[in-house]
Design a binder for this molecule. Structure first.
Ligand SMILES: Nc1nc2c(ncn2[C@@H]2O[C@H](COP(=O)(O)OP(=O)(O)OP(=O)(O)O)[C@@H](O)[C@H]2O)c(=O)[nH]1
Ligand SMILES: [Mg+2]
Ligand SMILES: [Zn+2]
Length: 210
């Protein structure tokens, strides 16, 4: 696999950014280049949506905004997939199969019925399938994952998915700083100074980042 296109939705279901961060750690830990794709952009206002995800672009990740419903961003996704071997992953019901149908209508993948999606999703795609793209390349459509567990990731590997936090590591007063209540914590100082978003630090620590 050359790249993992991590698909989440702007709404229905709204993106849990902590879960998105877990996918990013999984992708960077396995050395598969991640591309973040936020689908269902037709359901929300564009500006607050882009602000909510700005940290990812600022951190250097590739970030696409798409709508399989209106076709917004679909050309960009097609370019991203062209001549590569990609895996589309993400929660159920975010529109992974719908996006592949939009980039290559001949695929005719089964998608969830409109209006039937719940916050839990319904797992319309039930097994992984490799598909050849008519414009070049291969893509794996996968069933949505409800959660992502991985426990073999080292603190340093977590840091690789947090380029916004990584520059501050090693600058705390104590080398064994918990980045919690210890005095002189460089990460907490960066949050206080508005240089790092508080939820990103929380996400980093939740996954065992050090
Ligand atoms: N409004 C809107 N609805 C969309 C969009 N993309 C997909 N949907 C709808 O979302 C539902 C789920 O789409 P799927 O493509 O089946 O989602 P999936 O990610 O493949 O789901 P699983 O196969 O269960 O993992 C369907 O009802 C789609 O019609 C979009 O861009 N906008
Ligand atoms: Mg599907
Ligand atoms: Zn610290």
């Amino acid at each position: 696999m050359d790249q993992a296109v991590i698909v989440f939705a702007a709404a229905e279901p709204r993106t849990d950014r902590f879960m998105l961060d877990r996918f990013l750690v999984a992708a960077t830990a396995t050395a598969i280049g991640p591309v973040i794709c936020i689908n269902k952009c037709d359901l929300v206002d564009g500006e607050p949506l882009r602000a909510r995800f700005a940290v990812y672009r600022q951190s250097g990740f590739r970030l696409l905004f798409t709508s399989a419903a209106t076709g917004e961003g679909v050309d960009g996704l097609r370019e991203t997939l062209k001549d590569r071997r990609s895996v589309l992953c993400g929660p159920s019901g975010v529109g992974k199969s719908s996006l592949l149908n939009a980039v290559a209508p001949g695929l005719s993948l089964r998608t969830g019925e409109m209006g039937e999606v719940t916050h839990k999703g319904r797992h319309t795609t039930s097994s992984m399938s490799y598909l050849q793209l008519p414009f070049g390349g291969w893509v794996a459509d996968t069933p949505g994952l409800r959660q992502l567990g991985f426990w073999e990731v080292e603190g340093e590997q977590v840091a690789a998915a947090f380029p916004d936090i990584a520059p501050y590591l090693g600058s705390c007063r104590y080398s064994n700083c918990s980045h919690g209540a210890d005095p002189g914590c460089a990460l907490k100082a960066a949050v206080a100074a508005g240089e790092v978003e508080a939820w990103r630090l929380k996400s980093f620590l939740q996954m065992g980042g050090r």
